[in-house]
Design a protein around this ligand. Structure first.
Ligand SMILES: Nc1nc2c(c(=O)[nH]1)N[C@H]1C(S)=C(S)[C@@H](COP(=O)(O)O)O[C@H]1N2
Ligand SMILES: [Mo]
Length: 424
């Protein structure tokens, strides 16, 4: 049997069965085949009694053996848990959809508890008729479904000056990817009536929470693809993600995705609020600051192997897996390097890239049992290539926090363990 893409190379399937027959590789499974394996030969407890009934969990949680697939904090980042951040366990997830129960949270004044009955959304400012919508009103507008990633601008922000946090969850876990259901913001703005030019106009969006997290967004973006969302992954938004309604701003920094959305004011200029001046602004290498950085540039991360996901098998076939995304559109290619960026192989995309959504990539490869300097490099539909850390530092220096989309390196050791490192 041969691999159709490379006739000189035996296919993966042929390799696996050949290895089992000779016992040369896949040591664990071939050893087990030689002596009787009680898990195969003996009747096990789960096969000689009854399992749980259907009433065991009216709303199910993951099985207890997966109890470590949870959000985590970085202690020194988290002075208190109210105005804080936790991280998605991206190292332990597969596919692209983030379950709401472990999707990172970022609150400026805590997650609030609102009912649909108390919910109101006001549209005011430069509109023909200011309007107030109840939740029931929103449900009567035509709705859409879209999968989008939401990445905090501070994701990877602790890595500017050097390799710091040991785990993809901590270096890249301020991201989630969900299927949202909601009403286009455009529909609601048109209901309120917009007259005159779109260019030069803005919306100011704020939430019901004490922080309000107010942000200015150009009216063009508001009318393009922003979604007033009330469901994620098929169910109501969780409290921590803005129940009952949040704003979805595809491809743009997470801070603009206002939760518990309260008000949209059409204005003739930006407000220049705290969240868009002293915060979420990029310091450049020359000491000046860049005013607006809304779109999240193309980025990728190898989730396995990684410091929290060591290799647990010997040399031979292995799967390297990760995530890639771009706020500018779809991911078209991801390359993987095992030698710190000297040579690259193109990874397999699990599905063609989707606009402003996570893309899963796999490199089905062989591990020689030696050291690897694993890197991934994302390329999006605009042709943009994810930069190295050195390239990014040339423009941005080392004093920045936000919008760090550089290539990450994991040093995988012969033990299979991995650590966060930098290569020059
Ligand atoms: N109302 C409100 N919206 C908010 C915030 C907030 O504190 N209050 N935090 C923002 C920030 S900084 C980010 S990164 C995203 C995080 O969304 P999540 O908590 O659903 O992950 O929500 C944004 N929207
Ligand atoms: Mo954020």
């Amino acid at each position: 049997m041969t691999d159709s893409s490379n006739p000189t190379k035996p296919s993966r399937r042929a390799f696996l069965s050949g290895a089992a027959a000779t016992g040369a590789a896949l040591a664990a499974s071939s050893a087990a085949a030689q002596s009787p394996d009680p898990l195969i030969t003996e009747v096990q407890p789960w096969a000689s009694g009854l399992g749980d009934g259907v009433d065991a969990a009216p709303y199910g949680l993951p099985i207890r053996h997966e109890a470590d697939v949870i959000r985590r904090n970085v202690e020194w980042l988290t002075a208190d848990t109210i105005s804080s951040i936790n991280f998605t366990p991206i190292h332990a997830l597969d596919g692209t959809i983030t379950p709401q129960g472990c999707a990172f949270e970022r609150h400026h004044s805590g997650a609030i508890d609102m009912t649909k009955g108390d919910y109101r959304l006001m549209i005011n400012g430069l509109v023909d008729r200011p309007l107030i919508f109840t939740f029931a009103d929103l449900e009567r507008f035509p709705r859409e479904n879209h999968v989008y990633f939401c990445e905090c601008a501070a994701n990877t922000g602790m890595e500017w000056a050097g390799a710091q946090l040991n785990g993809a969850q901590f270096t890249h876990g301020m991201i989630h990817n969900m299927e949202y259901t909601g009403v286009p913001l455009r529909t609601l703005l048109n209901e309120a009536g917009l007259s005159g030019d779109v260019a030069g106009k803005w919306v100011y969006v704020e939430g019901h929470d004490a922080s309000s997290n107010g942000r200015s967004i150009p009216l063009e973006k508001a009318l393009d693809d922003c979604l007033v969302a009330f469901s994620a992954n098929g169910e109501a938004l969780r409290k921590e993600h803005g129940y009952p309604v949040r704003l979805v701003v595809p491809g743009w920094e997470g801070n603009m995705w206002v939760k518990w959305l309260r008000r949209v004011e059409v204005m003739d200029g930006p407000v220049e609020s705290r969240e868009e001046t002293s915060k979420y602004t990029d310091t450049l290498a020359d000491g000046t600051s860049r005013k607006w950085t809304w779109v999240m540039d193309a980025k990728s991360i190898i989730t396995s192997p990684s410091p929290q996901m060591p290799i647990k098998h010997g040399p031979g076939p292995m799967v390297i897996s990760g995530l890639a995304w771009s706020g500018h559109g779809a991911i078209t290619r991801v390359d993987v390097s095992k030698d710190g960026g000297k040579t690259w192989q193109t990874a397999r995309l699990a599905k063609p890239g989707e606009k402003m959504a996570l893309t899963r990539f796999y490199l089905d490869t062989e591990w020689d049992g030696g050291d690897m300097l694993l890197q991934s490099r994302a390329i999006d539909e605009t042709g943009y290539v994810q930069p190295t850390k050195a390239q990014l530092r040339e423009i941005r220096g080392e004093n920045s926090i936000y919008h760090n989309n550089c290539i990450q390196t994991w040093h995988v050791m012969p033990t299979g363990e991995a650590e966060n490192v930098e290569v020059s």
